[in-house]
Design a protein around this ligand. Sequence first.
Ligand SMILES: [Zn+2]
Length: 169
Amino acid sequence: MAGTILDKIDSQCRDVIRRHSTNCPVLLGRLAAELGVTIRIARLERRISGQISREDEKYIIRVNRYEVRERQRFTIAHELAHYLLHRHVIDASPRGIRDNVLYRSGAPRIVEYQANRLAAEIIMPRELLIRKLGSNGQRVDEKKTERLAAEFQVSPLAMKMRLETILGI
Ligand SMILES: [Zn+2]
């Protein structure tokens, strides 16, 4: 089987993610706590969705309190992905990584691309999603996409993109 973005992270963290990949919605708060990351719902500037920074020895994710819950969940997964993949980038700046509403932070595009891929993997785990799709997996209409989005607590657009990746459509 082809490698996934999960292969890029250390095996201990991967095990934590796997343990949280069996039921939906994925419990991001618990996952973050097990990874040693603190989540705060914060008053961020309007165009900023989230950020992750290192404060003393702790890593803290701040997510914009004014955005909808599904969006906040994806942002948390995106920032966790930065923590897992790009700690050196976070550590290199006192402000850490700050993502705007397009998940652009000023870091190289590959960094944001990887974070989005890992975020999708964390919040919509491939095997769990395939199981939920059932035997008629190839026939996914708008209604089914919306139902799955609600089940995984993500936006219908995020689910649509994830299904396109997984099903190759
Ligand atoms: Zn980012």
